[in-house]
Design a protein. Structure first.
Length: 124
């Protein structure tokens, strides 16, 4: 059964998509920007943007009854691959155990001028 996941504790979708979708126990979290859901601002710098994007993912997971331990795969889109090490240091804090599979790419641009976007797949 398909269920849409939505929470005010993460930024609203900026297009025709959902924050997350659950299907048969798997939760697909859409690409999540480092936008503060309270005021719509983005922090400066890759470390703070990584933390904000991960916290937004955490809010979506929480709405679905999941945690970071349930994530099996992520994809990180970076505006500049030179930010990889700094992003990776913050990202690692969210996965002290049960590290998911991951892909990371440099892209031509990220929506809203963000430095990164992160999507996740988690299982119940």
């Amino acid at each position: 059964m398909r269920k849409t996941i939505a929470t005010a504790k993460a930024p609203a979708a900026i297009g025709p998509y959902s924050q997350g979708v659950e299907l048969n126990g798997t939760v697909y979290v859409s690409g999540t920007l480092p936008v503060n859901p309270a005021d719509g601002t983005m922090p400066a710098g890759i470390e703070l943007q990584t933390r904000q994007a991960m916290d937004n993912i955490g809010a979506i997971l929480n709405e679905a009854g999941l945690t970071f331990n349930d994530i099996v795969k992520t994809t990180v889109l970076l505006a500049d691959l030179k930010d990889f090490a700094a992003m990776n240091a913050v990202y690692a804090e969210y996965f002290p155990q049960n590290k998911p599979a991951r892909a990371c790419f440099q892209v031509a641009a990220v929506p809203k001028g963000a430095l990164l976007e992160i999507e996740a797949i988690a299982g119940k």
